[in-house]
Design a protein around this ligand. Structure first.
Ligand code: DMJ
Length: 576
């Protein structure tokens, strides 16, 4: 029997539904809150297990050997330098401590931060007869010191109780000066190796990588701004411009090159090892300094990478001259790319790739260094996982952009794996072979600088909230300030993140997204479905009709140029 409801009953039912919906909402928010809190504590424990063991068994040497509870002086070992080159009384440069400072600040451990700063102020010296890798020393030591200096002088952080007299800045300046002879080449491209005491060594190799000479601008630029000495920024910028001039007509760069002749040595190009942070620094230099130049270079390089490397969610390697695919491999370093894509607002592409990386992580328990995409198998010799941070980093950025709790689950699963497979009594050990989970006696400093930091920030972003930090490639935060930025505060760029709200969907996206792909509608009803790839260029006519190729755009999924068919329609036609 049909029984019409009394209006009061309708009202009552309506209120009941509303309250149960909001109760469900409330309890799921509560659940999220509790989960975040628990996970944050788990990551905090991980950090201190790694840090305390380093301080007990390795400090002041560079890195911890967690299986034998001993140390390695990796700053000078990076790139297989023989230890005989070092003075006998060399005790290391406390690289892991330098790398840990910004993480300690993020964890809110003011006491340990201050202790570390004071110890380094009194004991760290770069006047050592050691040949170091310029790129590694720049991102780990110079970046670590500059970031810690900026955190120490930031009155809102109150990290230092006593007085701080810019000791870390003076150390940074000293180190930066020792870098400068590396740039004295006919091309301005720096040598990959430099002796901290004696400059470039005789018969030094002239071979370097694209990332090696194209990812110095953040640290050296910041150093110039802080000291007033323009030489650091000029040297890094000159190298970057030279590298850019050497790009192919397809806007691709190779992987290795000669700093004296300026010739490419390895033509295969990718977003992974040997090139990765070059892309990252173009974008982040734009975010930090606001120079239009950086944006133009980044945009061109980014679109070329989408066009020639991307295959669905994957990125293969390609020949820089022909654009033809060379190696169909996933490398674990590539996993930073989705994080970078979030910064440009290319969230859909970021999400798709991130899922594939996580799929491989799940398949093995951790991410193998190299995975053959065409054979769906692990690379026969690169089966290791050295506690790399890149997947955690991208997971953090994607969670910031979407607030999709799925990314928290990803983080939880990573934390579980790290504790299960890599935690030992003496710290966290790298995995030598992900198929057997056999361990290796090395805890890289980036585990503290990046892996633990990004996992912590995933569950507790209070440190970054309301502040515009960019993170260097080694995870060291540098705040974006108007005094360093060409456009702030007048420009559109009012923060790293802009919020957009539409119905139930609330998201944050980089303000830059509008620059990459203006057709991305942030306020549409289902933005998660509508977000497009950055490379998308619509056909001129909605009907897709055309007279010539010029009227055709770029396909959003494959990033390939659409062409005009014989009967006058744009499409991804195979050439006849
Ligand atoms: C880090 O030292 C930096 O992120 C670098 O750019 C490449 N990756 C390692 C850690 O995997």
């Amino acid at each position: 029997m049909f029984c019409p409801l009394h209006p009061n009953r309708i009202l009552f039912l309506f209120l009941l539904i509303i309250s149960s919906v909001s109760f469900a909402d409330f309890s799921s928010q509560q659940h999220l809150h509790v989960k975040k809190q628990q996970m944050r504590e788990k990551v905090r424990k991980m950090f201190y297990h790694a840090y305390d063991n380093y301080m007990t068994y390795a400090f002041p040497h560079d890195e911890l050997k967690p299986l034998t509870k001993s140390f390695t002086d990796s700053l000078s070992e990076l790139g297989n330098l023989k230890l005989e080159h070092l003075p006998t009384d060399y005790n290391g440069s406390a690289v892991t401590l330098v790398e840990s400072l910004s993480s300690l600040a993020i964890l809110g451990n003011n006491t340990e931060f201050e202790k570390g700063v004071l110890w380094l102020s009194e004991n760290l010296t770069f006047d050592i007869d050691a040949r170091v890798n310029l790129f590694e020393c720049n991102i780990r030591v110079l970046g670590g010191l500059i970031s810690a200096h900026l955190l120490a002088i930031d009155p809102t952080n109150r990290l230092i109780q006593g007085s701080y007299n810019n000791q870390l800045l003076r150390l940074s300046e000293d180190l930066g000066r020792r870098f400068l002879p590396a740039f004295e080449t006919p091309t301005g491209l720096p040598y990959a190796w430099i002796n901290l005491k004696n400059g470039v060594m005789e018969n030094e190799t002239t071979e370097t990588s694209t990332s090696g000479c194209g990812s110095l601008i953040l640290e050296m630029g910041a150093l110039s701004r802080l000291t007033g000495d323009p030489r650091f920024e000029s040297a890094a910028l000159r190298a970057l411009r030279q590298l850019w001039r050497m790009r192919s007509p397809l806007d691709l760069l190779g992987t290795t090159l000669d700093v004296v002749t300026g010739e490419w040595l390895e033509y295969s190009s990718s977003i992974g090892a040997g090139v990765d942070s070059f892309y990252e620094y173009l974008l982040k230099a734009y975010l930090l300094f606001g120079k239009e130049d950086y944006w133009q270079m980044f945009r061109t390089a980014y679109l070329a990478s989408q066009k020639y490397f991307r295959h669905g969610p994957w990125y293969h390697e390609a020949n820089m001259w022909s654009g033809e695919p060379t190696y169909w491999q996933l490398t674990s370093l590539q996993a930073f790319w989705p994080g970078l894509q979030v910064l440009v607002g290319d969230v859909a592409a970021a999400n798709a790739s991130h899922r594939e990386f996580f799929h491989v992580w799940e398949k093995f328990g951790v991410l193998p260094e190299r995975y053959l995409l065409d054979h769906q198998m692990i690379h026969p010799t690169e089966k290791y996982y050295p506690l790399r941070p890149e997947l955690a980093e991208s997971t953090f950025y994607l969670y910031q952009a979407t607030k999709d709790p799925w990314y928290l689950d990803v983080g939880e699963s990573m934390v579980k794996s790290l504790n299960l497979y890599t935690k030992v009594a003496g710290g966290f050990a790298s995995v030598r072979d992900v198929t057997t989970m056999q361990l290796e006696d090395h805890q890289h400093s980036f585990f503290l600088a990046e892996t633990c930091k990004y996992l912590y920030l995933l569950f507790d972003d209070s440190f970054v909230a309301k502040k515009n930090y960019i993170f260097t490639t080694e995870g060291h935060p540098i705040q974006v300030t108007s005094s360093w930025h060409e456009k702030l505060p007048e420009s559109f760029f009012s923060g790293n993140w802009t919020s957009s709200k539409s119905g139930a969907w609330e998201s944050q996206a980089s303000a830059l997204s509008m620059r990459v792909c203006p057709s991305m509608a942030l306020n549409s009803r289902h933005p998660e479905q509508q977000r497009e790839s950055a490379c998308h260029v619509p056909d001129e006519q909605i009907s897709h009709k055309c007279w010539s190729n010029k009227e055709c755009g770029v396909d959003a999924t494959s990033c390939r140029q659409r062409i005009c068919s014989g009967v006058g329609f744009c499409g991804l036609w195979k050439p006849l």
